[in-house]
Design a binder for this molecule. Sequence first.
Ligand SMILES: Nc1ncnc2c1ncn2[C@@H]1O[C@H](COP(=O)(O)OP(=O)(O)OP(=O)(O)O)[C@@H](O)[C@H]1O
Ligand SMILES: [Mg+2]
Length: 272
Amino acid sequence: MAAGVASCLSSAALTPMSSACERNSSLTGRGAPLTLRGVGKSFGSKTILNGVDLHVPAGQFLAIVGRSGCGKSTLLRIIAGLDEPSAGTIEVAGVSKGRALLARIMFQEPRLLPWARIDANVAIGLGPAADHEQALHRSRAALATVGLLGRAGEWPSVLSGGQKQRIALARALVSAPRILALDEPLGALDALTRIEMQRLLEQVWLANGFTAILVTHDVAEAVALGDRIVLIDHGAIAADIPVGLTRPRQRGSAEFARVEAEILERLLAAAH
Ligand SMILES: Nc1ncnc2c1ncn2[C@@H]1O[C@H](COP(=O)(O)OP(=O)(O)OP(=O)(O)O)[C@@H](O)[C@H]1O
Ligand SMILES: [Mg+2]
């Protein structure tokens, strides 16, 4: 972990869920840029992605929407380095093969180990080679960032669904990734918890400056969080829409509703 990130997480540990680290203050340039050129992916004779060209500047928050089965998770797995494209190239901060080391992914299910305490579950994000004491220290700092430091010694089974997702977020953050890939991470949460988690995600992103790639079915969520929204249709980018709203975004505002309606309209048009 870079020293700047460690100190950011440490200071956050003193002030849980605070904005102790302003965006890009001690962490200038933390996010990694991402470039896909002509990326394609096929499974057997089935083409899922075809000719995807995408550049995401360092530190941008990109939201990806699209109908079910259009290839969003496939694209995210390729970005995170969990899979390789069948065609084209992908680079994160100028590297292709080593990009998995720069990225972390969070899923809809928390995927916690039931036999490991919460701090140990978070420390897993640092990998098996991490020094035990240092790993626990970092794990606690990451837990403070998501407001759950007080639960460090407990078992995952005693947590609510929303709390489990916070632990999953802490585990994704503990290694200070330069890209955070999020595959419908809030999809299973109730409406209120979901909005709280969106605020937490935005706060953590602002504080740490990583590049965020969020796949979501919730158009309002994409508008609330994205600097930009990309619509995938039939394995290609069908629309690429900048979101110019100031943060924090006001869900009830006319401008928010206008952007949401525009995205929804394009999504529905793509579904035909
Ligand atoms: N490992 C695989 N082997 C074969 N087919 C796959 C594999 N992974 C994904 N697919 C297929 O690729 C297509 C796109 O899947 P993907 O999971 O990327 O869609 P998605 O846009 O994330 O959908 P959803 O919104 O429902 O999560 C689907 O038809 C799926 O069956
Ligand atoms: Mg998916």
